[in-house]
Design a protein around this ligand. Structure first.
Ligand code: GDP
Ligand code: ZN
Length: 352
């Protein structure tokens, strides 16, 4: 018997159950099938059609990291009966997928946000990742990597501190071990970590170093002796020896900067603090009298650069929302057709 608590399950959070079901965690999501882990070990499961696929169903489709209730089948496919409420998740609006939203990962405790301390260092990108992380409901941790490549990282650290008030910032190098102890402190049993950051910033290198094994593929040109190495079936939720879990999926890797909307408030709490204080409710902060933002800029309480960045991000979010709306409308028609097809297919399955 496996104790699901080792995989972060806390049954106190989920009072009431469905008779005949047991909890499980999704460790990999495939097209129409899931790999799950339950008290009986690893198993394969499918969504119960009459719960998930009928017209009025609004049961969220599970994703990697989700806790679900299953009807366990020792002889074949188990059935997923319910997706339990999430403590955190990343969602991506996608009119082509499922119900217009694709959930990429769920129930993680920490979001490691990576940025490297070399010429790739980009404070704006970091800010956006931070907004996305805040929005997920989990705790962001900023990891500035490749400290060995730079003599003095104090300016970049300062810049980071300014945009990440209240967020833990680690400076690390896997090459010389700098800051690794602080990173290891996050290897807590039962906790789940996801990684955000552009390709090449050193996510895999750090996670592998922490894990003490190669669980994520490092972006280097393969050596000759690597050629024959067989890549085992890729699990998307990986349990480390420490008892910590890492979620690593293609979706996480692609996770870009689309849904930074509500997270913006938290990432820019210092800016937003001035917004409600203008004399006029509809202040545009251009030339109205009694504008708290312009006063803060004049006093130097708010840096011009940070204000500009805030405006820029706001604009990008609005643009991306409008674009999504347009796409949504355009796809509505084809979507409704697809839905009808799906329903017909499922109805046939149920009656089989
Ligand atoms: P990922 O794409 O974010 O997972 O990045 P990788 O972990 O694959 O690393 C990309 C490249 O950066 C590889 O060539 C690594 O060897 C290199 N790298 C990673 N961490 C460090 C570091 O701390 N110092 C230096 N100098 N290079 C690093
Ligand atoms: Zn104003």
């Amino acid at each position: 018997m496996i104790d699901l608590a080792l995989y972060g399950f806390d049954d106190h959070k989920y009072p009431g159950s469905i008779p005949g079901t047991i909890p499980a965690r999704i460790i990999a999501a495939h097209r129409e099938r899931y790999d799950i882990l339950c008290e009986n070990g690893e198993a394969s499961a499918q969504l119960k059609a009459s719960v998930y696929y009928i017209d009025y169903a609004d049961e969220p489709y599970p994703t990697v990291g989700d806790f679900v209730l299953i009807r366990y089948n020792p002889l074949g496919e188990s059935q997923i009966m319910k997706t339990l409420p999430r403590t955190s998740y990343f969602a991506r609006k996608d009119p082509d997928v499922g119900r217009g939203e694709q959930i990429i990962a769920a129930n993680f405790d920490y979001v490691f946000i990576f940025s490297s301390l070399n010429e790739d260092f980009n404070i704006k990108r970091l800010e956006r990742y931070l907004a996305v992380a805040h929005q997920s409901g989990a705790e962001p941790v900023i990891i500035l990597t490749k400290a060995d490549l730079i003599e003095n990282h104090s300016t970049m650290l300062q810049q980071t501190e300014q945009v990440a008030i209240g967020t833990k910032i680690l400076v690390v190098s896997v090459k010389n071990g700098y800051g690794m102890q602080e990173a290891e402190a996050y290897l807590q049993p039962g906790k789940t970590i996801v990684c955000l950051g552009s390709s090449g910033v050193g996510k895999s290198s750090l996670i592998n170093q922490l894990a003490g094994e190669e669980i994520m593929k490092v972006n280097t040109i393969r050596d000759d002796d690597d050629k024959g190495r067989h890549t085992t079936t890729h699990r998307q939720l990986i349990l480390l020896k420490s008892g910590t879990m890492i979620i690593d999926t293609p979706g996480m890797r692609e996770l870009g900067l689309w849904s930074a909307d509500s997270g913006l408030d938290e990432a820019f709490a210092d800016v937003e603090a001035f917004l409600g204080q203008c004399k006029f409710n509809d202040c545009t902060h251009q030339n109205e009298p009694g504008c708290a933002v312009r006063a803060a800029l004049r006093r130097g309480d708010l840096s011009r650069e940070r204000w500009q960045r805030y405006l820029q991000l706001k604009e990008e979010v609005t643009y991306s929302e409008n674009k999504q709306k347009f796409m949504q409308q355009r796809k509505e028609w084809s979507k409704s057709i697809a839905k009808k097809n799906r329903q017909m297919k499922k109805a046939n399955q149920i009656h089989k």
